[in-house]
Ligand binder design. Structure first.
Ligand SMILES: [Zn+2]
Length: 291
């Protein structure tokens, strides 16, 4: 992937190398119970990818202390994520303008080990995730070491960009009201029915990652030979059927929350081919069996 020539985003915060002192003020007004659906990308499937955080009015974070200097490799990782984030800002800003809406970009926080978020405290093991409450994408970049191990060299970069674009896709869904709709289903529907809405939301985020890549490529030409294949390989590795089969030897489709490998690949590719933002609606309207 050719990303070096890009601009850096102003919306990234790097908390790596800082003290991780918790700073939650308890007993504020109102308690939010939020469920986060983290993505699990090729990481040990036994890791729970959903967690519930109870946040009671988060106080402004304390001054975090820099405990160590970041390495040159870590600084390059920040530069990469910052530029990918900037590519998403440019594409979504334009796409939102096209449909007569304003795009407010998400924040991105890089962390290590664990992080306090508007959705509760999260360990690295949950994988990259988006918290709708504070409109922030959280990422421990060491998560990608595993991806990079599977996909050699620069091929891994576009896979990482796909993962980030998927999380930013959740932000797009949040701005356009899809996340709220699914969140409501969680309260009103059975677990099995809710899971189906979760699958729609996740496939839609994959689709949006494809839509982003389509327009990003047109504007910035950042895709190199082999990149698309590596992203497809990643999407294929993180389907619920694949993960369940690998972890326990069988699958139970009623517990799927992200869709099968084939579905994830299908929707990413469709977004990539069409670049059609409006078509995201269809993922919520078509019969579940046709996804
Ligand atoms: Zn997701």
């Amino acid at each position: 992937m050719k990303w070096e020539q890009g601009e850096e985003s102003q919306n990234i915060e790097d908390r790596r190398g800082q003290s991780t002192k918790r700073n939650f003020a308890l007993g504020g007004i109102g308690t939010l119970i939020l469920m986060l659906v983290g993505a699990y990308f090729g990481i040990d499937p036994r890791v729970i990818n959903q967690f519930i955080g109870v946040v009671q009015n988060v106080a402004p974070p304390a001054k975090l202390e820099q405990k160590r200097d970041l390495t040159a490799a870590e600084i390059r990782i920040r530069e990469f994520n910052s530029k990918i984030l900037r590519f998403t800002e440019k594409v979504w800003d334009e796409q939102f303008r096209r449909i007569g809406k304003n795009y407010t970009p998400p924040k991105m926080v890089l962390f290590e080990e664990a992080v306090d978020t508007g959705c509760g405290n999260a360990p690295s093991a949950v994988g990259p995730f988006y918290c709708p409450a504070d409109q922030t994408v959280y990422l421990d970049p060491t998560f990608f070491d595993e991806l990079a191990g599977k996909l050699k060299g620069s091929k891994a970069e576009f896979s990482q960009a796909y993962v980030l674009a998927h999380e930013v896709g959740h932000h797009v869904q949040n701005l356009l009201g899809y996340s709220r709709m699914v969140d409501q289903k969680r309260r009103t529907e059975s677990k099995t029915e809710y899971n189906k809405w979760s699958v729609r939301l996740e496939l839609q985020a994959d689709y949006l990652a494809g839509v982003w890549a389509h327009h990003g490529q047109a504007q910035f030409q950042f895709i190199e030979p082999g990149d698309i294949e590596s992203a497809i390989q990643s999407a294929n590795a993180i389907g619920d059927d694949r993960l369940q089969k690998n972890s326990r030897g069988f699958t139970s489709p009623e517990s799927y929350t992200h869709g099968t490998s084939a579905q994830r690949v299908k929707w990413f590719k469709l977004g990539l081919r069409t670049g059609n933002l409006e078509m995201m609606r269809e993922i919520f309207e078509m019969p579940y069996g046709d996804l």
